[in-house]
Design a protein around this ligand. Structure first.
Ligand code: G
Ligand code: MN
Length: 285
């Protein structure tokens, strides 16, 4: 650990106690309707001197100091409370209740009472079934023990829905997709960058979508930044997406506003102009 890292450990411990950790919410957009169907919860740390820090700035330190489970728990508790408040919003997107997706680290998954605590949260905040989602990276799943499928089943039984995060960034076999009790895969943004321009990326995304759909699994694209990427993903049948094209992570009150008003996205097939050419969109969000 270098000097800065050591300096961060006590500060991080204090931050957990002093409410200096903040959760931002990034909209997940239904590509067919443009509705905001959910959010991904993302942790930030308001450091007294260094400003707003992103997980990449402090997660390694948190992990070494054994703080990851308590940080993860903070995000879950705050997120669950926020999710409960969304019930009063008008329905949007595809009409299903809004979901909140929270990233879980390997160390959290290893906690023996993780599933019980999730069930406790769902009961405490009276969360609607299927609305609290847990994202587990493909790497965590692939490098985890052979007990991973059993663990996923335990989490499902606790009442949460599951997604594989950063899908395609690791080397797990596509063939195992149908064996996992998951609701969605989140396509790694490295593939999203190549849709419509890189033949390999385009084919990979298209195959993942076909395979996922064959198993009733939804496909969510991460890190969509350009209209061309969004349009191509729509063409390929991708269900949902997140990214700066729609919105970066937002403060809770802004996130609620976006859920009420939609993302401003319109699917390309609804944009055909009179002469049959695609009209370039304006995002009005
Ligand atoms: O892998 P995961 O989905 O947990 O990553 C989320 C991270 O990606 C967040 O820190 C978020 O701020 C960042 N992010 C969100 N949208 C975009 C995007 O469109 N482009 C890039 N490069 N990063 C994004
Ligand atoms: Mn994620």
């Amino acid at each position: 650990m270098n000097a800065i890292d050591l300096d961060l450990v006590p500060a991080l411990k204090r931050a957990v106690e002093d409410d200096a950790l903040v959760v931002h919410y990034q909209p997940e957009v239904d590509l067919a309707s443009g509705g905001v169907v959910g959010m991904e919860a993302l942790l930030r740390w308001q450091h007294p001197r260094r400003g707003l820090l992103w997980p990449v700035d402090f997660l390694t330190v948190a992990e070494r100091a054994g703080l990851l489970p308590s940080l993860g728990w903070e995000v879950l508790r705050r997120g669950a409370k926020e999710l409960a408040s969304w019930r009063s919003l008008p329905p949007g997107g595809d009409g299903s209740p809004r979901q909140l997706w929270v990233n879980a680290s390997a160390s959290q998954l290893l906690q023996v009472d993780f599933a019980d605590r999730l069930a406790g949260l769902i009961a405490e905040f009276d969360l609607l079934p299927g609305t609290l989602g847990i994202e587990i990276t493909e790497e965590t799943l692939a490098t985890g023990s052979k007990h991973a499928p059993a663990l996923l089943n335990e989490l499902r039984e606790a009442g949460v829905v599951l997604a594989i995060d950063d899908f395609g960034s690791w080397y797990s076999s596509l063939g195992t997709l149908g064996d996992l009790p998951i609701e969605a895969v989140k396509l790694d943004r490295s593939f999203v960058r190549g849709v419509g321009s890189d033949l390999d990326d385009d084919s990979i995304v298209s195959s993942v979508i076909a395979l996922a759909h064959a198993h009733g699994i939804r496909v969510v694209a991460e890190g969509v930044e350009s209209w061309a990427e969004g349009a191509r993903l729509c063409e390929l049948g991708c269900d949902r997406a997140l990214g700066y094209l729609f919105s970066g992570p937002q403060l809770p009150e802004h996130a609620r506003m976006m859920m009420a008003h939609g993302s401003g996205w319109t699917a390309p097939e609804q944009r055909k102009s009179v002469d049959g050419k695609l009209a370039r969109p304006t995002l009005d969000a």
